[in-house]
Design a protein around this ligand. Structure first.
Ligand SMILES: O=C(O)C(=O)C[C@]1(C(=O)O)C=C[C@@H](O)C=C1
Length: 326
């Protein structure tokens, strides 16, 4: 493969994040794809949208323990609202980005230190600063509570970073201050610890066994989809707003799914409030449904569905991840 045919995939970095693992799962052909770390989730989609050298983006969407990755949901929400063109007769928004796949990554958090030390040594520190991505706190709540109970004379502080690998780098850069009795720790994957050659104090510290995060893979809509060896169920992800706040407005939209025997797999919502719009405080709904019924007239389905929405946007149709749903 010539250099120019190679494709660039941007993901939430630095190297070693769970998103990096999702990107490696999706784009496992190293002769074809270069993986490029981004500093934040918004940067991933901004770069894919605006940088001609970026071909794909991978971002986290939801976690089995603590739900929505709100940063990602809000990117879709804001993109749908931004793309709305009040001059056109159609209420369908067609954004420049499209979802083409999902990936699931098993999340096994570790407690990580820069220096080599053991759990029994934690009690000698007055303050322990724990760095991680904000999405992680809800996955290790119980663990941190128990840690505090075990070391009652130590104050544990939680500090947010842009990703779990960023937390590891923070800990590597901030030297333990023995004099002030302050220790810096990170919560991240074993993969991140190994990449950065730091010490794993404890493994599998997440509260729930089977903790899993689901990631979404995007491409530019105008570019061709890559060839994918997939089979099985196809899923659609669509966002919409309702026409009014009257009783039954949401039911009207969802009844179309029932009428066409379309099986819904998830529904979520995020609020928004825009001064330029007449209605205050509205919601964007996120809907996922299967596309496995060949007898459905999808053109008619979307005509009817769209007629009950103020605006709607189909983000993509993709296969259920066969690695996870086997
Ligand atoms: O920080 C990382 O490693 C990420 O890939 C982000 C992220 C998230 O935003 O949900 C991914 C999976 C884990 O649930 C924690 C953090």
């Amino acid at each position: 493969m010539t250099e120019s045919r190679r494709k660039n995939v941007i993901y939430l970095g630095p190297q070693g994040t769970y998103t990096h693992q999702a990107a490696l799962q999706q784009f496992d052909d190293h002769d074809q794809f270069d993986l490029i770390p981004a500093k934040s989730i918004p940067e991933c989609l901004d770069e894919l949208e605006n940088n001609p050298c970026i071909h794909y983006a991978v971002i986290p969407l939801e976690n089995s323990t603590n739900g929505q990755v709100v940063f990602s949901y809000d990117l879709l929400r804001d993109r749908m609202l931004k793309s709305l063109n009040p001059d056109t007769s159609s209420n369908r928004v067609i954004p420049p980005l499209q979802i083409i796949a999902e990936q699931y990554v098993s999340i096994e958090h570790c407690l990580i230190s820069r220096e080599h030390l053991t759990m029994s040594e934690l009690g000698k520190y007055k303050i322990i600063r724990v760095y991680s991505h904000p999405q992680v706190w809800g996955q290790v709540n119980q663990y941190l509570k128990e840690l505090q109970q075990e070391y009652p004379n130590t104050t544990f502080e939680k500090l947010d970073t842009s990703s779990t690998s960023e937390a590891v780098i923070k800990v590597m850069d901030s030297k333990t201050n023995e004099h002030e009795n302050v220790l810096n720790l990170a919560i991240a994957s074993e993969f991140a610890a190994k990449l950065n050659k730091v010490n794993v104090l404890q493994r599998g510290i997440n509260d729930q066994l089977g903790n899993t995060t689901r990631f979404m893979v995007f491409k530019k809509r105008k570019e061709q989809s890559p060839a994918m060896k997939c089979a099985g169920s196809k899923v659609n992800l669509l966002t919409f707003t309702t026409k009014q706040d009257d009783p039954g407005a949401l039911v009207d939209v969802l009844t179309v799914l029932k009428d066409y025997s379309v099986n819904m797999c998830s529904i979520n919502t995020r609020p928004f409030n825009t001064v330029t719009l007449e209605r205050k405080w509205q919601y964007v709904f996120f809907l996922e449904y299967y596309e496995n019924n060949e007898n459905i007239d999808w053109t008619k389905f979307y005509q009817q569905f769209g007629s009950y929405c103020l605006e709607w946007c189909l983000w993509g149709t993709f296969y259920r991840d066969p690695r996870y749903y086997n």
